[in-house]
Write a protein that binds this ligand. Sequence first.
Ligand SMILES: Cc1ncc(COP(=O)(O)O)c(C=O)c1O
Length: 498
Amino acid sequence: MSRAPTGIHTIIAIERGSAKPLYRQLYEGYREAIIDRRLRAGQKLPSTRSLANELRISRIPVLNAFEQLLAEGYLESRVGAGTFVASSLPGEAPARERRTPASSTLAQPGRRVVSRRAAEPVQAEVEPWLEGWGAFRVSQPAVERFPIQVWARLVSRHCRRSPRSLLNYGDPMGYKPFRETLASYLRTVRGLRCEAEQIMVVSGSQQALELSARVLLDPGSPVWVEDPGYAGARQLLAQAGARLVPVPVDDEGLEVATGMARSPKARAVYVTPSHQYPLGVTMSASRRLQLLEWAQRSGAWIIEDDYDSEFRYESLPVPALQGLDRDARVIYIGSFSKVLFPALRVGYLVIPADLVPRFARARDAMDLFPPTLYPPVLADFIGEGHFARHLRRMRALYRERRSALVEALGKEFGPALRVIGAQAGMHLVATLPPGMGDRQLSVRAAQERLWVMPLSSCYLGEASRQGLVLGFGGTSASDMPDAVRRLRTVLGPMKRQG
Ligand SMILES: Cc1ncc(COP(=O)(O)O)c(C=O)c1O
């Protein structure tokens, strides 16, 4: 149940010169607020004394109004505790009423015009495989292993010692010492060519993408997107008015030649070269160079989403595409959602130097600047070695969880499922034999609280493959065999794949 804020009260407006007596105005105002459910059952009212003070009137009309409301059953008083909205009243407005504003505020219901981007049909229900958290859910890190005690100590240190400047308005780019720590990390670990001045702290990849769209795209701008690809990015780009051009992905990553054939003058491309989402391929060196060359020649921007490349199990992490860029064409997006935890909502953009003022202006217009507490906490978390330790532990943990999943899939399904993209990240794909529809299987699995995403949902157009995207970050190695056994029961008999 939600809690009403303590010490903050709904105040009823009164009109001093009105012919209507003050007690009547108060009585009607509170009654209406209760009927409209602006005041809910059980909610506390201010004391008559403080209300009279607040409204700068005598206490008598307040007492009279409350007495009337008590008598009619809208309010109840509890000895020693105060006056409350009667707990016997229904708590929430009926669904139909909740959706429409109170009739008194909308005299003449007119046309309800919204922007074209908001007017797109809204899917009423969440896809079944996204309804819960647990076995196989993609994008679920091992949050139970996050060193919360260390984190709590650092947060508390910064709350206690924060200079006043951290409580005030800040820099649209974010806290500079954190950006310096990040720049050094990205140069060393991800092979980026960057300075702190190019880094902007954002609330995750999604905001990074929204800012990139605002700065780089116009309505109708063609943008290549990987097919299959990340629905979160696709949705955002489509809402920004981009014309999405699906470009297939093969064993070497994005098929650049197909992109050039389909839309040679695209304004931008959104790619996940380190670990293609969802297929898990790493973009080959020749494709990277081909993409950079095309972008330079045609003047296109490359938006590189490097969301989970810290986790690679069979080789060293592959350096980012941005590090190969000699023409400042790449906008690099990183996030702490996978390496730490998604609720942190901290990510970053590495922006070509000449575009920094434009991004800063867009940021200023959007939400001014990022929250100031977590960046210094993160700077210490990284600077004091906690980040490196956590990464080492998580790499070992995910390797173990991944092996448990691959082994259990082999045992339960044999050659009926083919595993691809298991060499990095926190998910893999199990392709299905021809003729099997992944959507129905995912719906059935969700009924058993097994959250497998159908591969076909990642395609923009018709899916050329059917499969299941299986997250392993949030399931322990010891729970994996049982989860896969349950999946086997749900999926039923399957043909082997040739
Ligand atoms: C491809 C991809 N990019 C980015 C993200 C992370 O997004 P955010 O940083 O907004 O949490 C995810 C998370 O699922 C993802 O799958």
